[in-house]
Write a protein of this length. Structure first.
Length: 132
């Protein structure tokens, strides 16, 4: 506490209700105050990533090509979801969409497990692996 300094108020008036500026916000202009629409939208700081293919077909980067003989799985695609009804519905959609996008793949077998998924909180997840 030797180096502590007392906080000094910006105003000595106890009833001062002027807004405190927040870092990263845009000041309100008179045009906005009168109801005009802002022309520039601030860029969001949080961006979501899509779970879509970035480019092309999977086979272009694989050393082994998919076969349709019913045997010999060569690659795997993993999916996971929370253990809720909505989560199970979502994983069904994801697997079906992935299979629809890749009609050249023949599913050889599927494995599933329940495990603890670590994110902001630890929670049980269903993990499904589709072998093609």
């Amino acid at each position: 506490m030797r180096h502590a300094m007392p906080l000094r108020a910006a105003s000595t008036d106890p009833y001062d209700d002027t807004p405190i500026p927040i870092e990263g916000t845009i000041e309100a202009s008179p045009a906005r105050a009168e109801g005009a629409v802002a022309t520039r939208k601030p860029k969001p700081r949080i961006e979501a990533f899509e779970q879509k293919l970035i480019s092309g077909r999977h086979e272009d980067t694989w050393n082994r090509t998919p076969n349709v003989t019913g045997t010999g799985a060569i690659h795997v695609k993993s999916f996971h979801c929370k253990m809720t009804e909505e989560g199970l519905h979502h994983i069904d959609e994801m697997i079906n969409e992935w299979l629809d996008e890749h009609p050249q793949y023949e599913v050889k077998f599927v494995t599933q497990a329940i495990g603890e998924w670590r994110g902001k909180v630890k929670e049980p997840n269903l993990i499904v692996q589709v072998w093609v």
